[in-house]
Structures are given as C-alpha cells and as structure tokens.
Design a protein around this ligand. Sequence first.
Ligand code: PA5
Length: 368
Amino acid sequence: MGAGISIDDIYSLVSPKAKLLDSSGMLLHALSMPKYLSESIVRYKEDVSKLTLPDPSTFDGVVISGMGGSFISGLFLQDLASDRSSKAIILNRDVRLPRFIDEKKLLVAVSYSGNTEETLRIYLEGLRRNIPVVAVTSGGELAAVSEKLGKPVIRLPPGIPPRAAFPHLTAAIAALTSSVLGLDLLGELRRAIDELAKREDSVLSDGLALSRLLFSDVQNNLTPLIYGYSPYLSPAYRFKTQINENSKIHAFFGELPEVNHNEIMGWNGVLKSFTVVFVRGREEPKYMEARIEFLENLFDKNNIRFYNLHGNCEKRACELLSLIMKADVVSIALALLLGVDPTPVDTITQLKKFLDSKIGFSLHREIN
Ligand code: PA5
C-alpha cells in the first residue's frame, strides 16, 4: 500500500492494539480492493463469456437483487451507469419482485453466502415467472440449486466476509450486465484502478484522519449521520452500513435533496446528537452545492459537527471507488479505535439462525 508503507505500519498509525483486534484482516481487505477488483475483472469476463445467456439485445433492463453486503455493488453500478444507459437498472431488496419485471429483464440474484432467504425467494420467483436469472454467489443453496437446474451461476471465492467481497461482486455484476446496458463497465473499472493507484496514499490518510474525528465524536455520544446524493449514493450508503457492521454502532444515511424537505426540521428540535458527514464528488451540481452550503450554515449556527468526504479522481468510476475505500478505511479504523473486531456480525448471524428455525425456507424443497 502506497510508498513503502506496510500494513503493520498502518495498524500502528491507528492504535497499538489495532493489529491484534483485526482478526480476519479487514483493513487489508479494504486496502487491497483495487488489486482484487483488477483480478476479478479478468476472471469474471472469462466466466461470463462461458455462460449461455439470451442475446443482450433482447433485454430492456437488468434487475440486481441482494441484501446488505450483496446489495451495495448494484447501487455502485447504478451510480456509475444509470444516467448513461438507455436500459433500466432496477435494484431490489425485497422478498418479492414487482409485477412489471418480465422476461425482458436479466435478473441477477446476488448472495455472497448463497443462503440469504430474501435472495433465495427472489431467485425462486424469477424461475417461476420465466425471468432469465443468473446467480452470483460463493456457494450455499443458491449455487447448489442453480447447478442442479443447469442455470447460469457465477462463483465467487469462498471465505470472505460478504461486505469485503465488494470487488468480486462488483466485477461479477459488471461483467454480467455490461452488454445489456451497452457500456464497457469492465474497461471503465480497469481505467479507474489505474487512476486510483496514483491516489492510494491520500485515500489512506483521509480515511485515517476522519476515523479519528468520528472516534472523538462517538466518545461524546454523537451518532454518525451520512448524507449523500446521486451519483454518489453507493459510497454514502456503504459508509453507513460499514460503520454499522464494522464499528458496531448506529449510523444513519440520508439522501439529498430529499432530506431538506423533512429531516432538516429535526435540527430545530431536542434530538440532535449527530455528527454529519457529507459524501461529495467532483460532479456535484451547483444546485446541490447550494443545498449543502445552507446545511453547513445551519450546522454552524447550531453547533452541529460536520465533515466533508471528497473523492479525489477525475473520472466517476475512480471517484466512487476512492470514496468507498475511504469509507471502508474509516469504519474499520473506527472499530479498532473503539476496541472492536471489525469482522464478526454476531447479531446478523443469530437473526439468520432464528429465521431458519422459525421459517426454515429451503430453495431445494421449493423446487422439488
Ligand atoms: O455483510 C454482511 O455480512 C451482510 O450484510 C450480508 O451481506 C447480508 O446479511 C446478506 O448475506 P449474503 O451477502 O450472504 O447474501
């Protein structure tokens, strides 16, 4: 990472106990994102070329369905491509598909583990409604059933926390959807990695600096509130979810300009123990700049702490990646400063076990 700085040096920049706390090397996962993305682009381009899929011109859009760490890559691709493709990019996080989704959409069912009930139900519904469906997974029921039925599946490497599989998931989904969307998404990602390589030092230093500021705010009982806007929603939303899962604290996300029509009133009230981060990119339009300026003035008047997290690339793909890397570094360093291991997500695991015992949804059983 960067000019001769080792991972051990980076841990010691965070705190003396940081390395010991980070049981599965989450920090290294985050900092290796460009490398994993670069390898995945080659791998999934080849894997997708071997699948038998309908002619891309028969599709009028793609539906990307997944939860949590398996959702964010879809949002990233929507940020990257939706204002340039004439085809729809529909994201789904429900257990059902909207009625209008038909066989003219390519359904990409994304579950890193392959055992997430919501995504398995979507996969099943896709099969039952004859919607062309591709599974993206490291295994579980999703892989087993797809293979049993001879349906297309893209296999992810096993043994990674789902949210750390972001580069693999992103490259796999981009490889699957590029030809439908009529964009060279893999080429864009490859160029973004080259651009990002020149900026890795500032990604790390900006991330560590913000983690220290948020650590101090959290110790003063302030809850992070992340504000973002299109086309930078994926890093802003990723930031909130990474703080939740890595740092194990509450964090909330709001989308501009909508929050200015409701949430903004909350700053007049009694519940305002928040620290705000604006996630901002180079393509920020004047109308957004003015809205943020108003909020900054309001926060100054009300003694609300706020920060700006900027991307630092020319092109959108690189800017999104740099912001996601920074958000990841902040959330992991914040965890380590709080004395928390970023990797385990015990309560999510307990919930999944509880649902299994209560509902016991099985894709195998449903298809038999
Ligand atoms: O990061 C996580 O562990 C979660 O957000 C999971 O991604 C989420 O629970 C869905 O699981 P999966 O990605 O295995 O479908």
